[in-house]
Design a protein around this ligand. Structure first.
Ligand code: SF4
Length: 381
């Protein structure tokens, strides 16, 4: 059972040198892909049922904005036939500003997409070049303008900070440009150097071009100051939203809602065992295609969660959100108190000013959020 759907579109016009997502830029298999998704939906619907109306659908990638709106609307109609969508379902599509124009965006809106997530990454052309993006800052501003014109009133942008040799004042300028573009939601990710990407060779560990932890923390604090004073709520470690514009789909991940992933490399979380199970589709697009064509939905990297796994997830996902976790919910789900399960971590983090416990809730302080990697790892067995 699930109440959220994720569709992965593993194609890009050109691979960015920092990216380790499942995507390819040679076009192989791209034309057949919508048909494969339709087939996968039909196969999955034979055994998997929604727990009620589907509350959110998220098209991620890769570059979902390479899909034709007619394919998107056909796939959404098919989804709705098997797993009815809630009347107010949030339907998000990630779009690359270098692949869209006003008429395409109007087509998306007509196809049923009601939330747009734009991969802006930077409002500085030099940074965009470093990142190997296919678009300019001007393209992003134009894309936001076009999206508003096409009727998108729920629009998010992604930004990356801690770029090689980036200064805090350059980042501050970018944030101001971001605010001037008036998005409803801003996601901010620090650049991470992923293994086996061109960036891993360009910027080896210890490279003086890379931003150190202090500078990166100063950039996060600058974002917090500026965005919060502009009316955004820092509702999750990497996410800011105007009131009512929080991502429902992503909030579902942090609350451990069940979701079904469709497409190559997509991940799924279902409650078909006591504490839930996670698995993924093949991330090899050719293998994924072969499995779907054979009518055989193979579950890769299956993990049936133990009580300990599920308790850890409850903590390290829930504490990502500003609202934190509800201790009573934890006890209801696992039959023991959060203090009993994680007393040692709590005793270390709370006196250090990284975690707050009040009434039956627990959440990270701003400093806890800044040091979230270290803090959240305390809950992993
Ligand atoms: S456009 Fe996005 S998914 Fe595609 S290569 Fe660049 S970062 Fe990765």
């Amino acid at each position: 059972m699930f109440n959220r759907l994720y569709l992965h579109i593993p194609f890009c016009l050109r691979k960015c040198p920092y990216c380790s997502f499942v995507s390819r830029d040679d076009g192989a298999g791209q034309d057949d892909y919508p048909e494969l998704l339709l087939r996968e939906i039909g196969l999955a619907a034979q055994s998997l049922h929604a727990s009620g109306p589907v509350d959110s659908v998220y098209w991620g990638g890769g570059t979902p904005s390479l899909l034709d709106p007619s394919h998107i609307s056909g796939i959404l109609e098919t989804i709705n036939r098997f797993w009815p969508l809630a009347a107010d379902a949030e339907i998000t599509l990630e779009a690359n500003p270098g692949t869209i124009d006003r008429s395409y965006l109007t087509g998306l809106r007509t196809a049923g997409i009601n939330r747009l997530s734009l991969g802006v990454q930077s409002f500085d052309d030099r940074s965009l070049q470093i990142l190997g993006r296919i678009h300019t800052a001007r393209d992003s501003v134009q894309a936001i303008e076009d999206a508003r014109h096409a009727g998108f009133d729920n629009l998010g942008i992604d930004l990356i900070h801690a770029l090689p040799r980036q200064t805090v004042s350059e980042w501050h300028r970018e944030l101001k440009r971001a605010l001037a573009a008036t998005p409803d939601h801003i996601s901010i990710y620090g650049l991470t150097i992923e293994e086996q990407t061109p960036f891993a060779a360009l910027y080896p560990e210890g490279s003086s071009d890379l931003t150190d932890n202090d500078l990166s923390a100063a950039m996060s604090e600058a974002a917090d100051d500026l965005l919060v004073s502009a009316g955004f709520r820092h509702y999750e470690i990497a996410n800011y939203a105007l009131p009512g514009r929080e991502s429902r789909h992503n909030s579902g991940y942090w609350r451990r809602d069940r979701y079904l992933g469709l497409g190559a490399g997509a991940h799924t979380f279902l409650n078909d065992s006591v504490f839930g199970s996670r698995f993924s589709n093949s991330s090899d697009t050719a293998q994924y295609a072969a499995e779907v064509r054979q009518g055989n939905l193979v579950r890769h990297d299956c993990q049936e969660l133990s009580r300990e796994d599920a308790m850890a997830e409850f903590m390290f996902l829930g504490l990502r959100m500003a609202e934190g976790i509800c201790c009573r919910d934890f006890e209801r789900e696992f039959g023991q108190s959060v203090h009993h399960a994680f007393g040692r971590a709590i005793e270390r983090l709370a006196p250090a000013g990284l975690l707050v416990i009040r009434d039956d809730r627990m959440w990270l302080t701003p400093r806890g959020m800044l040091l979230s990697n270290q803090v959240l790892s305390c809950f992993i067995p």
